[in-house]
Design a protein around this ligand. Structure first.
Ligand code: SF4
Ligand code: SF4
Length: 429
């Protein structure tokens, strides 16, 4: 695609990076077929190609974002299916990230929208605050249908996603020693939402790793990866969170990997090198941290895992989280691990399409998110699985809210099959 940026505009490294991306797009439109929002509404402006044109026009003319641009960029899930499909290697993720920062800096959102975004950015990345919010949400959960009926759909979506049980206390910094002689050492990103909503995911990750001789460290000072605010265009906050993690992990010696069991966070940590490429104090360390980041399935695939107990022949519908399949291109390992450990793995038709979770998307865009969830749950239920497995807490929460089938993290099944506890979601079944 031809672009018309001035030399002055191209002096800005973000604009220069976006210009390179725009030039790679040959507007063939292949990406439209796999874009969930285009599949839902058939509107070119809700397709990757349409969004690329909107972003190009906005950046080239150095214009403040318009309501039209904001509408269609906000509807984008950042699922990155378009990147997997694109034959020209267009790095849509970096382009839309840049557009979101531009929107945040130039567009005046309505006061209620601003307030909601500010609350989410203040709450979600901080496990203690998030835990208190979930405690407060518990008695209000039955009000969700009423809030829906009076048009407060986002509040209703938040209440629906809150669990019925009380939230857990997040894990603090500590070391979990390897069992039977240390063969490796990793840092674990405990995650902010993950740790409070579903502590069994970190427990399983720690159990399976330590049982196979890997020491697990939760680093002092590590916290949210920054993706929640990054996807809202709050660049300063996202970069501050990234820098804090880089400081925390580089203080640890002898790390073989930074293991991440929330694939949305994994995609962001793997991008720290790009996000901080112009920061002389962090660029080199950020690139090193990105190189060390591994999804938990990616790391476990390098260990000699063996089934430790005879497993029931469970049929597992494997839902590939977008951030894992499109963001990190980790496709093979989770399914191979499950197969190797005795599970029957069912591929979900249209598996490239997002479930509608996408960080805070299911709160900020509840209509699209619910339609995507219904579509996803329908395709999964038709497979008649015993259990649904996914590698991201967002997908697990989103899908579980629409089905009676148990939904677990892939690592819970791996831990169970190698001698760990049965996943809580399967205890009643
Ligand atoms: S598939 Fe790639 S090159 Fe084609 S329109 Fe989409 S982003 Fe552009
Ligand atoms: S990231 Fe997903 S929703 Fe956004 S344009 Fe690409 S395919 Fe569509």
């Amino acid at each position: 695609m031809q672009t018309n940026f001035t030399l002055a505009q191209l002096a800005d490294p973000d604009t220069a990076a976006s210009e390179k991306i725009l030039r790679a797009c040959v507007h063939c439109g292949f990406c439209t077929a796999t874009c969930p929002t285009y599949v839902l509404d058939g509107n070119e402006l809700d397709s990757p190609r349409g969004r690329i044109y909107l972003i190009k026009d906005m950046l080239e003319h150095d214009r403040p974002a318009t309501a039209e641009v904001v509408l269609h960029i906000d509807r984008c899930l950042s699922c990155l299916a378009c990147m997997t499909t694109c034959p020209s290697g267009v790095h849509y993720m970096h382009l839309v990230d840049h557009a979101r920062v531009h929107i945040e800096n130039t567009y005046d959102r309505p006061p209620l929208e601003r307030l909601l975004r500010a609350v989410l950015a203040w709450l979600l990345p901080y496990p203690q605050r998030f835990r208190l919010a979930l405690l407060a949400a518990l008695p209000a959960k039955p009000l969700a249908p009423l809030l829906d009926a009076i048009g407060l759909k986002r509040l209703a979506a938040m209440l629906r996603l809150a669990p019925w049980r009380g939230p857990q206390r997040p894990l603090g910094p500590q070391i979990f020693p390897a069992v039977g002689g240390r063969k490796g050492r990793v840092a674990l990103l405990a995650g902010c939402v993950n740790d409070v909503l579903a502590p069994q995911i970190n427990a399983s990750t720690i159990a399976v790793l330590t049982r196979h001789g890997i020491e697990v460290v939760l680093a002092e000072g590590a916290g949210c990866c920054g993706s929640l605010v990054h996807h809202m265009g709050r660049d300063d906050a996202a970069l501050a969170q990234a820098r804090a993690n880089i400081d925390a992990w580089t203080a640890l010696e002898g790390l073989d990997a930074i293991v991440i069991n929330t694939s949305g966070c994994g995609t962001t940590v793997k991008d720290y090198g790009f996000m901080l490429r112009t920061d002389p104090a962090y660029a080199e360390r950020a690139a090193r941290i990105s190189g060390l980041a591994k999804d938990v399935a990616e790391y476990l695939a390098t260990l000699p895992l063996k089934p430790a107990q005879a497993m029931p022949q469970l049929a597992v519908a494997y839902h590939a989280a977008c951030s894992l399949q499109h963001g990190q291109r980790v496709n093979r390992q989770p399914k191979e691990l499950l197969l190797k450990l005795g599970f029957k793995v069912l591929d979900v038709p249209d598996g490239h399409l997002c479930c509608g979770s996408a960080g805070t998307y299911n709160i900020l865009q509840p209509d699209f998110a619910i339609r995507l969830r219904e579509r996803k749950v329908g395709t999964i239920e038709r497979l008649r699985p015993d259990v649904i497995a996914a590698g991201n807490i967002g997908c697990i929460t989103q899908i579980a809210a629409g089905t009676k089938l148990p939904a677990v993290h892939t690592v819970e099944l791996i831990d169970w099959a190698t001698g760990g506890a049965r996943p809580p979601a399967l205890r009643a079944s």
